[in-house]
Design a protein around this ligand. Structure first.
Ligand SMILES: *[C@@H]1O[C@H](CO)[C@@H](O)[C@H](O)[C@H]1NC(C)=O
Length: 222
């Protein structure tokens, strides 16, 4: 019962508590000039977790979050392929997950990876998809460009308009460890108190380029 109550509070209360300061980014149209550069703590990633929320009506492939290093343009990539496929790349290795068809609503996604075991996990909304094991076991090197809304085909650039994100994004957070399931579930249920340790959305260390509209708390969410 106690657990239920706590869960209920997370679900109903916390997004209200944090809602007034929530920054949302609107990517208005397909282009190669709209993107956001994040400025995370640069360090070797032996493990990682990335969580973000997105809302799009695209029916083609698009890059949500792309990490390139000088020698690997897909050091890490979250690349939905609607309606029900999503590619996660680690060290240029592409792993596909069959996922539930996209619905027209906000989507909360988390990806975790551990270079020692190779375990790659994808969570979308309340659901964890069957885990995968990557062949690559090298940590991701610290010099990185982290970009929202485009797929980097070179270090920090070479975007393709056909892979650009159109829609809204918020709550992007990154960790240099595998976040415990309980915190992932809290994040997925819109708890705004789950903040990354290498990148924290609420600290706002990013630069939005092009015609992206950055605004506070527009009709988000539910
Ligand atoms: C996802 O797309 C890849 C690349 O086109 C393909 O190889 C794979 O079979 C697809 N998976 C599903 C579940 O559609």
């Amino acid at each position: 019962m106690r657990g239920l109550t706590v869960f209920f509070c997370l679900f109903v209360g916390c997004h209200v508590a944090g809602a007034s300061e929530k920054t949302i980014m609107l990517f208005p149209e397909p282009t190669i000039t709209d993107y956001v550069i994040l400025n995370p703590t640069q360090k070797v990633l032996k493990q990682m977790t990335v969580c973000l929320r997105s809302y799009s009506d695209l029916t083609r492939d698009y890059g949500l979050l792309s990490i390139a290093t000088p020698d690997k343009d897909n050091a890490f990539l979250i690349y939905p392929m609607p309606p029900n496929n999503i590619s996660i790349s680690i060290n240029n290795e592409d792993i596909y997950f069959k996922v539930d068809p996209e619905v027209l609503d906000w989507k909360s996604s988390c990806v975790t990876w551990d270079s020692e075991t190779g375990l790659l996990q994808l969570w979308i909304n309340g659901k964890r998809y069957p885990g995968r094991i990557t062949r690559t076991r090298s940590p991701i090197s610290p010099q990185m460009f982290v970009i929202l809304g485009q797929d980097q085909d070179s270090f920090g650039g070479k975007f393709d308009v056909a892979q650009s994100f159109v829609g809204e994004m918020c709550d992007v957070n990154m960790w240099d460890y595998v976040l415990p399931d309980s915190l992932i579930m809290a994040y997925l249920y819109n708890d705004n108190n789950v903040n990354g340790n290498t990148f924290k959305w609420i600290e706002g260390k990013y630069r939005a380029k092009g015609s992206i509209l950055v605004s506070k708390n527009r009709f988000y969410p539910k």
